[in-house]
Ligand binder design. Structure first.
Ligand code: SF4
Length: 316
């Protein structure tokens, strides 16, 4: 007699997982290995996902923290999060062959910051201290030209040199709803502040949060496949909690799933951060099927068709 298993309905958020910027960054490393041979050096995790990093290592990538770990005769790729200007400058000084995998949507924020600076404005960057994207964006301008704020409370007290000459920019992977509040606080305190028409939060972050918002109220628990240092993944956990699914957590892979945590759960939401490959979602669903009688409902809130071009050096 076969043991009857508990039913589990999986609400699968869509869009989820890889965005166009992550896809492009991974392709840059793969194509660089094909073109220049092994090893190709990569400064920092190309995207924040251990599985992706290990897969690229197996193909011939070597991940390093700084350029001084890269030999003069090997190519180096800069990660999708963007780098301070000093990094390509140093690579140029050493005549290194470098490929920039900075997401074009992050580069757009860099150009905006430069434009404001050239117009004499101090830039207030909304973001998380220490995140590589924030370090990269702040590093587009001379030291001291960008002021970082992390939340609305900081906006109330942050000292600025000239209230009438300010602009703001945002990290691309923030919570859409939290950022609305921070921008509102900025506009209240500094009514003349310049900023983007919409925030700089990217389409992929916005869409993944939108899909989680759609399923969260219908889930007893929700799992985000992603890495703890992935900003957009962490925001998805928070968005689920803020939208009716208080039992939400980040899991890197099925192997680390705490199955007791699912006791009594009938409807499980699953999504993945922009740097998490679909194979890890499939792995988690397969692990659920081993334990439950699974039914899958995919909830798609929007279609995505964005593709970013590869650097010319890799397609010619
Ligand atoms: S999350 Fe957004 S900004 Fe970051 S790589 Fe993806 S598309 Fe680009």
């Amino acid at each position: 007699m076969t043991e009857s298993r508990q039913p589990l309905t999986i609400l699968l958020a869509s869009p989820r997982g890889f965005c166009a910027g992550v896809d492009r960054a991974i392709q840059i490393v793969e194509r660089a290995i094909e073109r220049y041979g092994r090893p190709v050096y990569v400064r920092h995790e190309i995207v924040h996902n251990k599985y992706v990093v290990q897969t690229l290592e197996a193909k011939g990538a070597i991940f390093v923290d700084e350029l001084d770990e890269v030999p003069d005769d090997r190519p180096v790729v800069f990660s999708a999060h963007g780098v301070p200007k000093s990094v390509p400058a140093e690579a140029g000084r050493r005549n290194l062959l470098y490929l920039d995998a900075t997401c074009p949507l992050v580069s757009k924020v860099h150009r905006e910051a430069e434009r404001h600076h050239a117009s004499g404005r101090t830039v207030i960057l909304i973001g998380h201290a220490g995140h590589p994207e924030v370090i990269g964006t702040m590093g587009q301008l001379p030291p001291g030209s960008v002021i970082l704020v992390e939340d609305a409370a900081q906006v109330e007290t942050v000292p600025v040199p000239d209230h009438a000459n300010l602009a703001y920019a945002t990290q691309t992977t923030l919570s859409v709803d939290d950022t609305v509040g921070i921008v509102a606080a900025l506009r209240r305190r500094f009514p003349e502040i310049h900023g983007p028409k919409l925030e700089d939060i990217c389409y992929a972050t916005t869409n993944r949060q939108g899909a989680v918002k759609a399923i969260a109220p219908h889930c007893d628990a929700l799992v985000v496949i992603g890495a703890p240092n992935s900003s957009n993944s962490m925001r998805l956990v928070e968005v689920a909690a803020a939208n009716g699914c208080h039992k939400s957590r980040l899991v890197q892979r099925a192997a680390e799933m705490d199955w007791q945590w699912l006791d009594g759960i009938r409807r499980l939401g699953i999504t993945a951060g922009a740097s998490a490959p679909e194979t890890l979602v499939e792995e988690l669903i397969a692990a659920c099927r081993d334990r439950y009688d699974v039914t899958i409902e995919e909830v798609r809130t929007t279609e995505e068709s964005i593709i970013f071009k590869l650097p010319r050096a890799l397609v010619a």
